[in-house]
Design a protein around this ligand. Sequence first.
Ligand SMILES: *Cc1c(COP(=O)(O)O)cnc(C)c1O
Length: 401
Amino acid sequence: MKPTELLQLADQFGCPLYVYDAAKIEAQYKRLTDAFSKVEDLRINYAVKALSNVTILKLFKKLGSGLDTVSIQEVQLGLHAGFSPDKIIYTPNGVSFEEIEMAAELGVQINIDNLSVLEHFGAKHPKVPVCIRINPHVMAGGNSNISVGHIDSKFGISIHQMPHILRIVENTGMHINGIHMHTGSDILDIEVFLYAAEILFEAASHFKELDFLDFGSGFKVPYKKDDIETNVEEFGKKLSKRFNEFKKEYGRPLALAFEPGKFLVSEAGHFLAKVNVVKQTTSTVFAGIDSGFNHLIRPMFYGSQHQIENISNPKGKERFYTVVGYICETDTFASNRRIAEIHEGDVLCFKNAGAYCFSMSSNYNSRFKPAEVLWHEGKGILIRERETLADILKNQIAIDL
Ligand SMILES: *Cc1c(COP(=O)(O)O)cnc(C)c1O
């Protein structure tokens, strides 16, 4: 999107504001499906938690995507958006047994990542097909909070516990229809991923009635200038070839599934915030915006570096700034960052604000969550209203004591 278009939306809808470019989401979706065009049955299940606005989910439905969900609420959102249950996979971790049963009741694909749950579920619902999430113990992923496939991870059933998995399946007579892994976000190295894939193939060979193999996600997108990104095209070529070979050996139609979040929506998102104050101190120039980690927590939580552009003065002379929020504790978005000269009232644009930005926002400091706008065919469409004080007070019970 052009700075002028973004600036116009900031004007029209106010700041802070999230803007998502529908065309970019579509382009990323197409990039992925093109990369795997040699796979007969490819299933893309968009990871709802990255950005869960219902209109975004409807956009994915239109594209032919399924959904990856991690909570019963995400399942319900998906159904609300019009997805049929068989297009939704539910991959919980550490949720109650009742929640898993509820999801099964709704008819979505259950993915289990715990031996005791597998045993309990298989004994009680032997007729419900289940996918098993394995942990291949492959070290992948960037920040340790999003690297979930390593040996100490709480996710998945260890690949070394395969004999135990098989015993449970045999004893309960349950039907395993898929094998899944998700080693974490930010996979830099295709070879590492392909190595993990071999482990998945080996695991899959123990089951005779699989319908799909789910390779999770982990596609990395560039955040900073010169950032490495997953070479999806090369990855697609290599994994497709290997998958098709395996399928032949396996002797049964098999779908290949992915569940990307970040890859599909990160770059489509722009977060627009207005500069309230420019403050010179002994060490730096602060630009203080009308937002904080209540709206965008990734820089503080993951140390992620979102590019920041001054769309009010895009051609201005570049100077060094520390961009901070208004929260009453340290909330630094960027330190010592080169940005076109900032004046109070300017609108800054944070890039890569599609994934894990709005969906991780909160009402901390009793602030309103921002509005969300979808940029679609040259027009900005409001897809979430800015909150009001009524939203903050909703569910609160004021008692005079
Ligand atoms: C979060 C998550 C994803 C999506 O990860 P991205 O890095 O956003 O692509 C996929 N699968 C599962 C099970 C997840 O928890």
